[in-house]
Design a protein around this ligand. Structure first.
Ligand code: HEM
Length: 231
């Protein structure tokens, strides 16, 4: 092999791949964010069946469990789990890269402005992670539920939210979801190239309307149970 060939191969070895660049990881974060965001919106709409009564909600839950001969839910779980893992990986690795690259002598003011939103994303993300684990143990496996009946989603929903401390935790978690979603929608529309003075008001309104809708409807569930509207 000639020296020229060796140096070309060496250069290829050293050239950064897409995932080494922060742009690649931001795109991973944006695309997985869109998937998670889509799930949260559809999940919020599906839970509206609770307002139609036990039969409607249990029917919907049974449909989810049995679609595509019971395989559909596993495909959906695999996609969701992959999206969550990639989303957290991209977030952690971008944080570490940013920390390593932060120039010494940043002015205090600029530092605060640049990190406020990313710090909010980090702690709201951590609380959301804790919430999701609790939520699965609560309404999917029933491990931390006081009176879980397998296959009776409506009963589990009502008796689950009748515990005030649990409902309070759900409500706090929904506010974290709101913060995370608002910044998330704002950032992914930027990463995907829609940041332009002409579209900024549209992006802000889109993020606000969707966040208020998802958070508001989600909070209505524990409130409806605690007030006896759903029983
Ligand atoms: C107050 C708001 C919410 C309510 C009332 C609610 C209700 C439920 C119920 C009843 C189930 C069980 C369905 C069944 O097993 O048949 C469930 C599962 C689930 N929920 Fe929620 N949920 C809420 C918010 C959220 C949020 C914010 C997330 C994610 C950030 C989420 C993620 C999930 C996941 C991943 C499952 C498991 C799906 C599966 O693989 O079986 N939920 N939810």
């Amino acid at each position: 092999m000639s020296v020229a060939e060796q140096s070309i191969i060496g250069a290829e070895d050293r050239s950064p791949g897409l995932m080494d660049s922060s742009v690649g990881r931001k795109v991973v974060m944006a695309l997985t964010g869109v998937i998670l965001f889509g799930f949260v919106t559809v999940h919020m709409l599906g839970n509206l069946t609770s307002y139609m009564g036990a039969e409607a909600m249990n029917h919907y839950a049974e449909f989810l469990q049995t679609m595509i001969h019971g395989g559909g839910i596993w495909v959906f779980r695999a996609v969701l789990l992959t999206a969550v893992v990639l989303h957290i990986w991209a977030a952690l690795s971008l944080t570490l890269t940013n920390r390593a690259a932060r120039p010494v002598g940043y002015r205090a003011q600029q530092f605060k402005a640049a990190t406020w939103s990313s710090r909010t994303m980090r702690w709201s993300g951590v609380i959301l992670g804790i919430f999701i684990i609790f939520h699965l143990l609560h309404l999917t496996t029933g491990t931390v539920h006081p009176d879980f009946i397998k296959g009776n989603a409506y009963h589990n929903f009502v008796t689950g939210f009748q515990v005030p401390a649990v409902s309070a935790f759900y409500i706090v978690a929904q506010f974290c979801l709101g913060l995370h979603m608002w910044h998330g929608v704002w950032s992914f529309t930027q990463t995907l190239g829609w940041a332009h003075p002409r579209y900024d008001a549209l992006r802000r309104n889109f993020a606000t309307v969707l966040t208020v809708l998802v958070v508001g409807v989600n909070i209505s569930y524990p409130v409806a149970v605690l007030t006896g509207f759903i029983h």
